[in-house]
Design a protein around this ligand. Structure first.
Ligand SMILES: Nc1ncnc2c1ncn2[C@@H]1O[C@H](COP(=O)(O)OP(=O)(O)OP(=O)(O)O)[C@@H](O)[C@H]1O
Ligand SMILES: [Mg+2]
Length: 473
């Protein structure tokens, strides 16, 4: 059962990133000025610039114990902005992303789930000397077995500017290489113990294959000297992973399975002590990463005060939250406050506002999404989709891309045309039309309730939203 639950959670996570798979960064230049369209990001310039500044402060370690709130109407790119920040921070800064609703899982208490998320966002960087093979990949050759029972055989040739050598590689190594997308021309490093592969970049000798100005490929020199060397290698592990490994005799397996259960307070205290000691002895660095909590309106007063306290801790990550709510009730209380966040926590937050998109921005985002989803689309159809996006919502318009493509494929078309978009627009209703429909046919649905209090609540909600819009402009 618990396995099944964690699977379900993973799926929501994949979906959340897939929606934003076109985003590779904030698209800023060296002075943190946003380029109009870059790294998959379009418009929303002041928010991107602010986010860039935060990323810089985080990298310089100047913003611990603080929080950021990204606030704006639905579909204005709040989650996208957070994903872009995570790309900018790179692999060396832990970034944990959860959604407010995930905290209410059946497996553990809210505070336990929150503590785990916080501890996943704090990294410990340990340095040690290790034997590595480091060189530019000349060739990877994998022989597929002829029968199903046969074993794959593989060889990799690496070179430095002074020598080259061929090595046999096993199954695990082959999988790693293909997962990392390693091909000839990449400069890689392989740890002899454990066989962990790291991609250092692409060799300069291949730079003419790319337009250096537009691609964000990291070019490096082909290494010189011996292929095998002793090097300082850096391991990064989160303190949550340390908690888990030290909680069970087969902690590593637990980590891979993802069902870690609740962790004892004594273990956490011990790990904290250990990590702080390592830091003192210069054996490790503590890297405060980012905990991103999306859809914060799902958090309640208990979780908020827990977060508030956690931010004051010695070991605390940078908190980034996103909310599309205006002045609204704080869950678990009768009090209202901006974004439904208690004032004392709000006071610690820097707020980044996102604004609704204009026609041209929406058009550009849709175009990028169509490319990302491998859908060819006619100019006329794109304009129609854009108009739909302006009238309804950006998200609804994005959903229509793949569905229009299906309709187009069904008529054996190669490109999405105006009529395909029209067709799906009539097949799938947007929220506005859906509620219109409900109003007309309400009596035929289940759980229909429409008395005065509902009307009043709706009115209140509209007021809230208008406050949000006023706030942000
Ligand atoms: N500036 C942008 N550049 C490129 N793509 C964007 C931009 N803003 C939003 N998108 C894309 O538009 C879609 C909707 O944006 P997103 O999910 O980030 O909105 P949101 O503000 O988080 O909305 P909600 O309040 O409903 O959570 C996503 O697919 C996102 O990747
Ligand atoms: Mg969002």
């Amino acid at each position: 059962m618990s396995n099944f639950l964690s699977e379900v959670k993973d799926i929501t996570r994949i979906e959340r990133t897939a929606m934003h798979s076109h985003i590779q960064g904030l698209g800023l230049d060296d002075f943190l000025e946003p380029r109009n369209v870059s790294q998959g990001m379009v418009g929303q310039k002041s928010a991107r610039k602010a986010a860039g500044l935060i990323v810089r402060l985080i990298k310089q370690g100047k913003i611990a114990g603080r929080g950021i709130l990204i606030a704006g109407q639905p579909g204005t790119g709040k989650t996208a902005l957070a994903m872009a920040m995570s790309h900018e921070l790179g692999e060396q800064t832990p970034f944990t992303s959860i959604s407010g609703s995930e905290l209410f899982s059946l497996e553990m208490s809210k505070t336990e789930a929150m503590t785990q998320a916080i501890r996943k966002s704090i990294g410990v960087r340990v340095k040690e000397m290790a034997e590595v093979l480091e060189g530019e990949v000349v060739e990877i050759r994998i022989e597929r077995p002829e029968s199903l029972e046969g074993v794959r055989k593989g060889k990799i040739t690496l070179k430095t500017t002074d020598m080259d050598s061929m090595y046999e590689i096993g199954n695990k190594m082959m999988d790693q290489l293909s997962e990392l997308g390693i091909s000839s021309g990449d400069v890689i490093s392989i740890q002899k113990a454990g066989g962990k592969v790291t991609k250092l970049g692409r060799s300069y000798s291949r730079s003419k294959d790319y337009d250096i100005n537009t691609s964000n490929i990291n070019f490096v020199e082909c290494p010189s000297g011996e292929l095998q060397k002793t090097k300082e290698v850096v391991h990064m592990i989160s303190i949550h992973d340390m908690d888990v490994i030290n909680s069970y005799s087969r902690g590593f397996e637990k980590l891979f399975l993802g069902n870690t259960g609740e962790i004892k307070q004594e273990i956490r205290e011990k790990i904290n002590e250990q990590v702080l000691l390592w830091r003192e002895e210069g054996k490790a660095d503590i890297i405060p990463g980012v905990l991103f909590i999306d859809e914060t309106h799902m958090l309640d007063i208990e979780t908020f005060s827990y977060l508030n306290r956690a931010l004051e801790d010695d070991l605390s990550p940078i908190l980034i939250m996103a909310s599309n709510r205006g002045i609204t009730r704080i869950r678990g209380t009768n009090y209202k406050s901006p974004h439904g966040i208690p004032i004392d926590l709000l006071d610690r937050l820097l707020i980044i506002a996102t604004k609704p998109y204009e026609y041209e921005d929406i058009k550009h985002i849709l175009k990028i999404r169509a490319e990302e989803e491998d859908v060819e689309i006619d100019e006329e159809a794109l304009e129609m989709l854009t108009n739909i996006g302006v009238e309804t919502s950006l998200r609804y318009a994005i959903q229509l891309i793949i569905t229009s493509d299906l309709v187009s494929k069904k008529r054996k078309g190669t490109k999405v045309k105006l009529n395909d978009v029209r067709r799906v627009y009539t097949l799938f209703v947007d929220v506005k039309r859906s509620s219109q429909f409900l109003k007309e046919y309400q009596k035929q649905f289940m759980f229909f309730e429409n008395n005065e209090t509902e009307e009043k609540e709706k009115k209140e909600k509209e007021d809230e939203n208008s406050i949000l819009i006023e706030d942000l402009n």
